[in-house]
Design a protein around this ligand. Structure first.
Ligand SMILES: [Zn+2]
Length: 280
């Protein structure tokens, strides 16, 4: 009420977030995390009823969440068939990497041109955190840890954050999410040696030295090596059928379940620490 006793428009607004919105947001965030952490099998159908049971939410909450994920390119919606996890393919990864490299380098060039000392400090702090975060999940050594993935995202975000173009940053964010989906599908790869800490440190040092040419060259090499590693893996070596020609395996994308990743039979890597090479 205002001083005159009349109701203002604020009096008509809800005091709390509606339960339906909260539940939709919650299931959206949980499904999104499953899609990005590599535990959702690409191209599998997402059965709405199963998701409702698994997450204890209504049909409308799941539908709304899936619609949002569709707009992000993490889920595809097909007429008469419903929703499924977005498939992966070598062709898409190649295209994605090429475009992402261009946008990452554009952001980095702008950041190097205009970034201030606070931006530099963010990069140093993010690198320090990343370099001290274990790469592998303690419960599943074949899988990259969620903590490492978050630290890695923070480091790359920090590099780009000095960029003064909101549109470039928006495009970069969308491309990073798609790349993350591929990256988290990766398992150990034999025959490709890399030292990720060294790669990230080199990018950081070139950036702090305001050497845009070298920083972009190193960033390009960093992303290309990841693509090369991912393309060598079995699930990208075979063509992915178009949605209407795929079989329809039951979705295993339910709460608490994990899919088994194909484990390489042999490991040979020169990565520091003696482990197999990983994608950054
Ligand atoms: Zn990286």
């Amino acid at each position: 009420m205002d001083g005159t006793g009349r109701m203002s428009y604020l009096d008509t607004m809800p005091r709390t977030i509606p339960v339906s919105f909260s539940r939709t947001q919650d299931v959206y965030e949980r499904l999104r995390a499953e899609l990005l952490n590599g535990r959702a099998e690409p191209a599998t159908r997402l059965k709405i009823n199963d998701l409702c049971r698994a997450h204890g939410v209504s049909l409308s909450a799941v539908r709304e969440a899936l619609s949002r994920l569709t707009s992000e390119g993490l889920v595809i919606a097909e007429p008469q068939r419903g929703f499924s996890v977005a498939p992966v393919s070598a062709a898409e990864l190649t295209d994605l990497t090429q475009v992402r490299t261009q946008i990452e380098c554009s952001c980095l060039e702008r950041a190097i041109a205009v970034g201030d000392v606070d931006w530099e400090a963010q990069i140093v702090a993010a690198f320090h955190h990343l370099s001290r975060t274990p790469e592998r999940d303690a419960n599943d050594p074949q899988r990259m840890s969620d903590a490492r993935s978050a630290a890695h995202a923070t480091f790359h975000d920090a590099l780009a954050s000095g960029c003064d173009s909101p549109w470039l940053l928006r495009l970069r964010g969308a491309l990073y999410v798609q790349s993350e989906r591929y990256r988290r599908l990766s398992v150990s790869v034999k025959g490709i040696a890399r030292d990720l800490n060294r790669e990230h440190q080199d990018i950081m040092e070139a950036t702090l030295a305001r050497d845009a040419k070298r920083a972009c060259r190193l960033m390009t090499k960093h992303l290309e090596l990841t693509k090369k590693m991912l393309l060598s893996q079995a699930h990208l070596a075979v063509p992915v059928l178009a949605p209407d020609r795929r079989a329809s395996p039951p979705a295993r994308f339910v709460k608490g379940k994990t899919r088994t990743q194909p484990a390489p039979k042999a490991q040979a890597s020169g990565e520091r620490g003696g482990g197999p090479a990983r994608s950054p």
